[in-house]
Design a protein around this ligand. Structure first.
Ligand code: PLP
Length: 374
């Protein structure tokens, strides 16, 4: 029998490693009431309005046999209402919905890059960028990080005639660094117009109004035809399990991405819950405020333990454990605390910790204090 033959670039792919699920930890380690601070999820969950809407949906079982609205009309309209402002008018044709923003990032790679093309992103960039790049057979050009973040000068220097796409997360995951909007604008002015620049704003809600110099680059959309902004409902909106993300771009780019998008990539529950979640901005504010309280609690804790950390603009923080990081990660698992080791990001001495509820943060700190002092 002939062996199966995968596409070469796919055969060599390292798969994405997700945070360990709570159930798996409880099964494997026999611990109870575990706390997961490994995947930058919202510890408060979605708006209570989402929960009551879901109950209403369950009363309409006939809807379950219908395909969802493949164009996501209601959600897209809600989004343009929320995103448009005095400087920016948007049309529904500029929004592309994805099964999580991951889906949109993948669609962008499939639309714009192929064999012999180059895709630029930074050292310590989100793990999906190399996967999406390699999956389409394109070449990843990884620029050296500057203070753990994206070095825009290095990225400009890395551009060649083969560059098709640039991915920049702002704030960046896993390091939490962020770039001032003015630096990104300056960068966009220097990137040739035929190269698509993706600014991944998965953590925008946490940084806006809280991090000096940071604001979304959304208002620049009308100036740059090659700019794509991606966002998600998985983080501040607390809807990670529903898988909803989106891209905002020029109509030309949206039209191209839509050609490779699966017709029904968002299910009805996802579309409806995301629309309702957008209405409750009070909940988002509460979640973001809790995040910053939790962040300062954890940072004081790290300082009291003499641990270094990377200042973060997101809902997570990287703490430097040192050469015994892997053992500390394991010991934390036995304490029922799931953090994210970063060896696959070439940061073997760091753990990434998502901000939880205050009770969860206290649990994380107490466990860390116990295991680092053993
Ligand atoms: C920077 C960044 N972009 C995109 C995503 C993907 O999120 P989702 O597919 O849940 O929207 C993540 C998730 O962790 C992320 O950290």
């Amino acid at each position: 029998m002939k062996p199966l033959q995968a596409v070469e670039s796919v055969a060599q792919l390292q798969p994405y490693i997700p945070g360990k699920p709570i159930d798996e930890l409880e099964r494997q380690y026999g611990v109870k009431n575990a706390v997961k601070v490994a995947s930058n999820e919202n510890p408060l969950g979605p708006s209570p309005k989402v929960l009551s809407h879901l109950q209403q949906l369950l009363l309409k079982p006939k809807e379950f046999s219908r395909y969802p609205d493949g164009n996501g009309y209601i959600l897209k309209n809600k989004l343009i209402e929320k995103l448009a402002n005095d400087e920016l008018s948007l049309s529904i044709d500029q929004i592309t919905l994805g099964n999580g923003s991951n889906d949109v990032l993948d669609l962008l790679a499939r639309t714009f890059a192929s064999i012999n093309d180059e895709v630029i992103f930074s050292q310590y960039a989100f793990a999906v960028y190399p996967i999406a790049t390699q999956a389409v057979g394109a070449t990843a050009v990884v620029t050296k990080a500057l203070e753990w973040g994206n070095d825009l000068h290095a990225m400009l220097d890395a551009i060649t005639s083969r560059t098709r796409l640039i991915f920049i997360a702002n704030p960046n995951n896993p390091t939490g660094t962020c770039l001032p909007a003015k630096d990104l604008l300056n960068f966009l002015q220097q990137v040739p117009e035929n190269i698509v620049v993706v600014i991944d704003e998965a953590y925008e809600e946490y940084a806006s109004d809280y991090i000096e110099g940071y604001h979304s680059i959304l208002s620049a959309l009308n100036q740059f035809n090659n700019l794509v902004i991606t966002r998600t409902f998985s983080k501040a909106y607390g809807l990670a399990s529903f898988r909803v993300g989106y891209a905002v771009s020029s109509i030309t780019i949206a039209d191209l991405i839509n050609r490779v998008r699966q017709p029904f990539n968002n299910n009805t529950f996802a579309l409806e819950t995301a629309s309702i979640a957008l209405d409750d901005q009070v909940h988002i504010r509460q979640c973001v405020e809790l995040n910053w309280q939790g962040m300062s609690y954890l940072i004081s804790g790290f300082k009291s333990l003499g641990l270094d950390y990377i200042p973060s603009a997101g809902n997570f923080v990287c703490v430097k454990i040192g050469s015994d990081c892997e053992q500390v990660y394991e010991k934390l698992l036995y304490e029922g605390v799931i953090t994210r080791p970063l060896a696959n990001y070439h940061m073997p001495e760091y753990l990434r910790i998502s901000i939880g509820t205050m009770a969860e943060n206290e649990r994380v700190f107490e466990a860390l204090k116990k295991v680092v002092s053993i």
